[in-house]
Design a protein around this ligand. Structure first.
Ligand code: ZN
Length: 148
């Protein structure tokens, strides 16, 4: 159940646990002291196992932007997703997942096209949509999915 967020350090790979309720705080890696979480910043997670442990422990809703570098609409939606992340710094964790890195991700989540956005709560997917759209539309869709 909700144990907090497990975020891998981009520099050294160490898994860091962010305790429940601390999403709005800056977090540093316990091993190398690099920043592993900046409030309001989109977190990049590309590996299936890392995504799994993060979603399983998450105490907040998680919005995932599945993307790939060659995808034009993905580049268009990225800044919109970043705006959503900045506006929900303490109540929603926003991830970007490059589906080209680990094929297991696309298989597990059945990603048919990109960009695909999905909302997870308590480790389960509660909504999914594809295609680019402005931040306000993403927020509206997410709020509806979360019953807010
Ligand atoms: Zn580190």
């Amino acid at each position: 159940m909700a144990q907090g967020l497990v975020l891998p350090c981009a520099s050294c790979g160490q898994k860091n646990r962010i305790p429940p309720g601390r999403l709005g705080d800056r977090a540093r890696c316990g091993k190398c002291q690099q920043t592993v979480h900046e409030p309001g910043a989109v977190v990049a997670i590309d590996r299936d196992d890392e995504l799994q442990s993060l979603l399983e422990g998450a105490d907040v809703p998680v919005l995932i932007d599945f993307w790939a570098p060659w995808c034009g609409p993905c580049r268009a939606v990225a800044p919109e997703v970043a705006k959503v992340s900045a506006r929900h710094a303490s109540d929603v964790l926003v991830l970007k997942v490059n589906t080209d890195v680990d094929p297991a991700v696309g298989q597990r989540y059945g990603i048919q096209s990109i960009p695909t956005m999905a909302v997870f709560r308590d480790g389960r997917e509660v909504a999914r949509t594809s295609g680019s759209r402005p931040a306000s539309a993403i927020e509206q869709w997410m709020a509806q999915a979360l019953g807010r």
